[in-house]
Design a protein around this ligand. Structure first.
Ligand SMILES: Cc1cc2nc3c(=O)[nH]c(=O)nc-3n(C[C@H](O)[C@H](O)[C@H](O)COP(=O)(O)OP(=O)(O)OC[C@H]3O[C@@H](n4cnc5c(N)ncnc54)[C@H](O)[C@@H]3O)c2cc1C
Length: 421
């Protein structure tokens, strides 16, 4: 089925929703596509109206009123099928969405790093378990260690505690001075400071170890304990689950498939959130990790720029600068330490789809040579999981994007061929 819109937005997280809201007042025909069942992205998963965030509820209420904004949930972009067109797969159809302007707001995912035992059942990504729990996965009474790096660990621990889990420790790799400097700098962003205070209160009594990291997850059929490096000492903690994530990395695949320039692992954009490809804009964490406030303001600028309304977009630039400075402080405080490069041993699996081990990859010189010789990154996730690790461990850049971007039904690809005829 072919559908025509003035603006197509990929991603219904804060950036995509803000872009849609900014553009909606013009009366332009707008489509918002997201592969989740609800709008809201990662932070407002389950729906903006249920998030408890007044900004989210307001955005959603306005967008629901707008007659010119059409949402496609559970819809994933498979590939750019022609200039100005995307092939999108929904649970029951393949659609070709034609656009005059495209806004990519595809967000970020968490970075997972391999360590001995990270494939043992019971070890989760930190954001991964949070998403599962928000979807109903029961954790009440479970002993959980939360480890890795970044403020997401605190948000995850709070969600787990709220759902009845016993969070036994939060293990942060960044050092005390760096975390303390970051906390002090929160004075420049009072909203974030309040959020941090609220989180710390919620997590009172849970040990927060800095300059610490996971060394090994242990258990045969299921995780039973984790070995941690806590400062200069090693300590074993018994637990049912380990939730482990080392910060976030931008989702750049859709932009890459369209030929947009990717720089330093994020989609390159100019002052108006325009990518290197004409009529394609990008906003939110796909342009760099910066949190919800930066995603919202970038979304607004992208929505207005896509309309050509630069006069309305310009006043938001100062606010974006403020949140970009926050993002820079965040990146500096939680940059990953050298010791994390040495967690994996030769037998540790790095590419889980194709069972490729650290020992096999150490002999390779690039992402391309690793793919050719070991099949690393060639499984169903197409490097979404191991790519974040190989980038950090070996300094490899993924130099190409293969389409379809996600596993697709044959009927969707056939439908595209039929349309092209
Ligand atoms: C796992 C995870 C958990 C997080 N939890 C929190 C939290 O608890 N608290 C907090 O403050 N911050 C959290 N964050 C950070 C938060 O996501 C950002 O601050 C902010 O929401 C980014 O907004 P965004 O619109 O750029 O991206 P997102 O919110 O990530 O939205 C992007 C959306 O695009 C969709 N998408 C991507 N590619 C495609 C495609 N090809 N086809 C269709 N849809 C697509 C994604 O499924 C997603 O719904 C989390 C981040 C991650 C990765």
């Amino acid at each position: 089925m072919k559908l025509q819109f003035d603006i197509v937005i990929v991603g219904a997280g804060p950036a995509g929703l803000a872009a849609a809201q900014a553009a909606a007042a013009s009366g332009a025909a707008i489509a918002v596509i997201d592969d989740n069942p609800h709008a809201g992205g990662q932070i407002w998963r389950g729906g903006p109206q249920h998030s408890g965030d007044a900004r989210a509820a307001q955005l959603w209420a306005e967008l629901k009123q707008a007659k010119n904004v059409c949402f496609f949930h559970r819809a994933k972009v498979l590939l750019p099928s022609a200039p100005g067109a995307l092939l999108v797969e929904t649970p029951d159809a393949a659609l070709t969405l034609h656009y005059a302007k495209l806004i990519l707001a595809t967000g970020a995912r968490e970075r997972l790093l391999p360590f001995p035992g990270w494939t043992v059942p019971g070890v989760f990504g930190a954001g991964g378990i949070q998403a599962l729990v928000k979807g109903g996965f029961p954790v009440a009474g479970k002993r959980i260690v939360v480890a890795g790096s970044g403020p997401l660990l605190l948000a995850v621990a709070a969600t787990l505690k709220e759902r009845g889990a016993q969070v036994v420790a939060i293990v942060e790799q960044a050092s005390l001075p760096r975390v303390a400097r970051f906390a002090l700098a929160l004075l420049a962003t009072p909203g974030k400071l309040l959020q941090a205070i609220r989180l710390r209160r919620q997590l009172a009594g849970i040990p927060y170890h800095m300059h610490s990291h996971v060394l090994r997850a242990e258990g045969d059929e299921h995780l039973t304990q984790v070995l941690l490096q806590i400062g200069s000492r090693q300590r074993t903690i018994a637990c049912d689950y380990l939730a482990c994530g080392f910060g976030l990395i931008p989702n750049t695949e859709t932009a890459g498939a369209l030929g947009c320039t990717i720089a330093d692992g994020a989609v390159w954009v100019d002052r108006w959130q325009q990518t290197s490809v004409a009529d394609v804009y990008c906003a939110g964490e796909s342009t760099g990790i910066g949190g919800v406030d930066l995603a919202l303001v970038e979304g607004r600028i992208a929505g207005l720029s896509a309309l050509g309304d630069l006069a309305q977009a310009a006043p938001h630039i100062a606010s974006r600068r403020r949140w970009q400075l926050f993002a820079a402080r965040l990146a500096n405080a939680f940059r990953l330490g050298e010791e994390l490069r040495h967690l994996a041993d030769l037998d540790t699996i790095v590419c889980r789809c194709e069972d490729v081990r650290h020992g096999d990859l150490q002999q390779q010189s690039s992402w391309r040579s690793a793919k050719l010789h070991t099949r690393c990154g060639m499984g169903p996730c197409q490097g979404r999981v191991c790519g974040g690790a190989t980038d950090f461990l070996y300094g490899w850049t993924q130099d190409s994007v293969r389409v379809p971007l996600t596993p697709a039904r044959i009927s969707s690809l056939v439908a595209m061929q039929d349309e092209a005829r």
